[in-house]
Design a protein around this ligand. Structure first.
Ligand SMILES: CC(C)(COP(=O)(O)OP(=O)(O)OC[C@H]1O[C@@H](n2cnc3c(N)ncnc32)[C@H](O)[C@@H]1OP(=O)(O)O)[C@@H](O)C(=O)NCCC(=O)NCCS
Length: 178
């Protein structure tokens, strides 16, 4: 499958005007089945989620190709004794899968987030053992697989084994994946 031009991918804060584009992936069960969010059902829900969840979020960006929002990447920093680490999550609209968009977005996130959140030294990701595409994204972005968390959590009613991946502020994003 043809890849996206990496220079066409950018990250920016969400705008209310992203509602239709946001709904196109946040309203798709094939995208949300790997996420804790419920699938959105309407443009009104998309608008409310952008306004009440995405815009006030500590670090959430619209993943854009050109200026069109085709995905989302989020960082959840820990607090107190966990301030050294943050969780990452991401999703891309189905029509853009397999073109390198998520890998580019994760790599761009890694290049920005340690500067934006100076307490954070470790970015970590929990990925379903059956979510091969997401595992591949993390590996291409230079994450290390720390281990398998067996029967770790329920996701939408199904008990999951999760892989835990991490990337440290001192790690280097591999050059080749662009
Ligand atoms: C995971 C997700 C973000 C990947 O987005 P994407 O833009 O398609 O990712 P990329 O194109 O950068 O890379 C995907 C890689 O996975 C590979 N891949 C896809 N499906 C695969 C499968 N079933 N088995 C193995 N590899 C697979 C692709 O071939 C590609 O690797 P390659 O470049 O070596 O060929 C997207 O599938 C998605 O939004 N999924 C639903 C939400 C989700 O799972 N989020 C992550 C939660 S942890």
């Amino acid at each position: 499958m043809e890849g996206v031009d990496p220079s066409a991918v950018s990250l920016r804060p969400f705008r209310i005007s992203d509602a239709d584009d946001f709904l196109s992936f946040a309203g798709d069960d094939q995208v949300t089945r790997f996420l804790r969010w419920n699938t959105l059902a309407s443009r009104e829900e998309a608008l409310a989620t952008i306004r009440d969840v995405c815009m006030p979020h500590p670090w959430r960006r619209a993943v854009c190709v050109g200026d069109r929002c085709v995905g989302v990447v989020s960082i959840w920093p820990g607090s107190g004794d966990d301030r050294c680490r943050a969780d990452i999550g991401y999703a891309v609209a189905r029509e853009w899968w397999g073109k390198g968009v998520a890998t580019r977005a994760v790599r761009m996130t890694l290049s920005q987030v340690f500067g934006d959140l100076p307490d954070v030294l470790r970015i970590q990701a929990f990925v379903g053992a059956d979510n091969k595409a997401s595992q591949r994204v993390l590996e291409k972005a230079g994450f290390t697989r720390d281990g398998l968390l067996r029967k770790y959590t329920y996701l939408k009613g199904t008990l999951q084994d999760l892989y835990l991946y991490s990337f440290l502020s001192t790690d280097v994003v591999p050059a080749a994946a662009d």
